[in-house]
Design a protein around this ligand. Sequence first.
Ligand code: SAH
Length: 222
Amino acid sequence: MKCVVELPLQLDSFQAQREAMVREQIAERGIRDVRVLEAMRRVVRHEFVPESFRQHSYEDRPLPIGEGQTISQPYIVATMLEHLAIRSGDRVLEIGTGSGYVTALLAQLAAEVFSVERHESLAALAESTLLRLEFRNVKIRVGDGREGWEEYAPYDAILVSAATAAMPPELFAQLREGGRMILPVGPASSQELQLIRKASGSRDIRILEGCRFVPLVEGEAE
Ligand code: SAH
């Protein structure tokens, strides 16, 4: 008799904490998209957190990742992913790779992910983590994310993980007709999350909730 073995979710010592994070911080706060919930159950967030903060990986907050940057709070990540409504065939652009955690979630949800990070050291670490975890549909480049990544445009969805005073026009130009972009807009102290849809070449903007991200810095890091 042929035995069908169902693969369990990745087994690791943080699995119970991860399940609790998804239940208490994400699902109970109103995130309903089953694909987003499933991706968050699968992606091992602690692998993207520096050793010294690993025990805190599943807490309800951002954590330092070096270079003065942070891995985003799980709830805000889930909110952004749910609003983007990513489909399995989508090509996605991410600005601000950071730890690579959101990159991994996007890689679970979409067909291809292109991610731009300003800091060489963060990009290199994120790339090695993603390779180790066998994410093969991701490309990372070091550069100024305000310029997007023209070579692979247009994108079905764009996720910006750092705050900007105004939406960079190059990013909108690289969005496919009907495509969605989500980004925090406002000063360093606090921003609002905006969901922008490209409809007949123009912007259809929805203001979502308040948020707080590190700033999207102009130019490449030295
Ligand atoms: N989603 C990431 C968030 C990292 S914080 C995570 O969860 O780990 C935002 C990131 O944006 C930082 O890594 C920062 O270095 C990067 N960043 C800031 N300005 C940038 C720019 N102009 N271009 C590309 N990346 C930028």
